[in-house]
Write a protein that binds this ligand. Structure first.
Ligand SMILES: Nc1ncnc2c1ncn2[C@@H]1O[C@H](COP(=O)(O)OP(=O)(O)OP(=O)(O)O)[C@@H](O)[C@H]1O
Ligand SMILES: [Mg+2]
Length: 241
């Protein structure tokens, strides 16, 4: 269970999140949408303490994570993986070593177990046969899959995706959504996805939270979002002003 309680965050006096509150139940899949610059990535980084609020509480499984010591926060993070908007992978390392670093940092598996976990995680994204390739040599879609593989390798209970399909063609977008679907089904994971992709909103999540000017202007089902009479929401969905 995740609870955001009166979260506010500003940067050099610009309010990005303005007293935001919501709860997310275990097993839910939730999309966070909104225009560029509205604070979606900032909001997502509050889930795992990569950013701390100026005020309010982020509560994960009964722990107020913005009040935890660094070592206790690290324990919470072992259950919570993030697929970053811009990858945050090591370009000068191989696919395999990118996964291994995460396993070294987040698990206490022995060498054999880590090897198995790498193969298992890369099999899921269909990349185990080329695990020796360097990140520098991969396409955008492949990099996204490595990011997802790294995230699931630690077997988290929560997965945070920051624009997992942005920049991909429709075929690869479809592949990533299928992949997210199989992760959701097989691992009973709670998924939070920042996205502009209406296909993810309509086919993957059961709930949508929309941000505007630091506030939540919609929190409900994709069906209700699509039938909203609100002008701003309508123009966002249709992609025109
Ligand atoms: N570390 C930071 N320091 C200062 N300002 C920041 C920082 N991180 C984000 N911001 C500002 O906060 C605002 C929201 O940024 P954020 O990255 O969350 O937007 P976004 O909704 O994810 O946009 P996009 O869809 O383009 O990814 C922007 O004005 C950004 O410049
Ligand atoms: Mg962003």
């Amino acid at each position: 269970m995740i609870e955001f309680k009166n979260i506010s965050k500003s940067f050099s006096s610009k309010d990005i999140l303005n007293n935001i509150s919501f709860k997310i139940k275990t097993g839910e899949s939730v999309a966070i949408i909104g225009q560029s610059g509205e604070g979606k990535s900032v909001l997502l980084k509050h889930f795992n303490g990569l950013m701390m609020p100026d005020s309010g509480q982020v509560i994960i499984d009964k722990k107020i994570i913005n009040e935890l010591s660094f070592s206790d926060l690290q324990l919470v993070r072992k259950n919570m993986s993030m697929v970053f908007q811009f990858g945050a992978l090591f370009d000068s390392l191989s696919i395999k070593d990118n996964i291994l670093i995460s396993l070294d940092n987040n698990t206490s598996l022995d060498t054999d177990e880590k090897e198995k976990r790498v193969i298992e995680s890369l099999d899921l994204v269909n990349l185990s046969h080329i695990d020796h390739l360097y990140l520098n040599d991969l396409s955008g879609g492949m990099k996204k899959r490595v990011g997802i593989s790294r995230a699931i390798s630690i077997r988290p209970t929560y997965i945070l995706y920051d624009e997992p399909t942005t920049g991909l063609d429709p075929i690869n977008t479809g592949k990533i959504i299928k992949l997210m679907q199989s992760i959701k089904n097989s691992k009973k994971i709670t998924s939070i996805i920042v996205t502009h992709e209406m296909k993810i909103v309509n086919e993957f999540v059961s709930r949508v939270i929309m941000l505007k000017n630091g506030n939540i202007i919609f929190d409900g089902s994709p069906k209700d979002l699509n039938s909203s009479k609100d002008k701003y929401i309508k123009s966002f969905i249709l992609g025109k002003e």
